[in-house]
Design a protein around this ligand. Structure first.
Ligand SMILES: NC(=O)c1ccc[n+]([C@@H]2O[C@H](COP(=O)([O-])OP(=O)(O)OC[C@H]3O[C@@H](n4cnc5c(N)ncnc54)[C@H](OP(=O)(O)O)[C@@H]3O)[C@@H](O)[C@H]2O)c1
Length: 237
């Protein structure tokens, strides 16, 4: 894959694993996130095939500026993997509206803003958008109502985008990957143990999800994988 890819959420977890996987597959990758020290560590590891771009995606208007930085650093991108997201404070009885607003901005609105900023690049180069969604786009876990709302919105966003692209005669593809529990620090407080230490089953590894993203991206141009639902084998719901 000799493409320029943009990966959000590149500083940890699934996004970081996707960066490593795409670079190993031959892509040049721009990685977006807030934690500059973690992006700098990836740059030290991966060298010039990785461009760190610091951005806070809770402010969706910053997506355009970040994409300008990608273009001037690496050239025209043709892949977006949107893995930025968080789920803290999603309880509808006890969560804070400011946290809900930030969740909607990062998980949903900035995903749309990144796509919007990249579509001019994606035309005529077989562009591909992969949104890292969740099993919470397909059912609602108790206590995670706002998070599930954002992921249901991501599913609607992907379908709405696909329909608009087809109506416009575009060949840009839109895919989602919807994992169950993955062994990252997602929605865990610093003092909490890792998922593999408290779940009664083995969670997915971030690399398992990255493998699926690579599979989706490697499909031939006439194949658009719309959604991949994947759970750890032991996860009941
Ligand atoms: N882990 C799971 O069980 C699981 C299951 C299903 C779906 N998912 C989804 O997978 C995606 C990645 O999560 P993960 O499990 O890899 O968790 P993670 O390790 O916490 O990664 C989240 C990423 O999002 C970035 N991010 C968060 N807020 C941001 C902001 N305001 N601006 C820019 N970047 C921001 C973080 O970077 P910075 O903090 O450096 O900004 C980090 O790179 C999320 O969309 C999540 O909903 C996770």
């Amino acid at each position: 894959m000799s493409r320029v890819a943009v990966v959000t959420g590149a500083s940890s977890g699934i996004g970081e694993a996707v960066v490593r996987r795409l670079v190993a597959d031959g892509a040049v990758v721009a990685g977006l996130a807030r934690r500059g020290e973690r992006l700098a560590a990836l740059r030290a590891e991966l060298g010039e095939r990785f461009l760190p771009v610091r951005v806070d995606l809770s402010v969706p208007t910053r997506a355009r500026v970040a994409m300008d930085a990608v273009r001037s650093g690496l050239g025209q991108p043709s892949v977006l993997v949107y893995a930025a997201g968080f789920g803290d404070g999603a309880s509808l009885l006890e969560g804070e509206p400011t946290q809900w607003q930030e969740q909607c901005a990062v998980n949903v609105v900035s995903a749309a803003a990144c796509v919007r900023a990249l579509l001019p690049d994606f035309r005529d180069v077989g562009g591909h958008v992969v949104l890292v969604s969740s099993m919470s786009a397909h059912r609602v876990p108790c206590g995670a109502g706002m998070y599930a709302a954002t992921k249901h919105a991501v599913r609607a966003l992907a379908e709405g985008l696909r329909l608009e692209l087809r109506a416009a005669g575009s060949d840009v593809r839109v895919s989602q990957v919807s994992p169950g529990n993955v062994d990252t620090r997602f929605a865990l407080a610093p003092e909490e143990p890792s998922r593999r230490d408290f779940l009664p089953y083995a969670p997915l590894a971030a690399e398992d999800v990255a493998e699926l993203v690579a599979y989706v991206l490697a499909a031939p141009p006439h194949v658009e994988i719309t959604d991949v639902l994947v759970r750890p084998t032991g996860q009941p719901s």
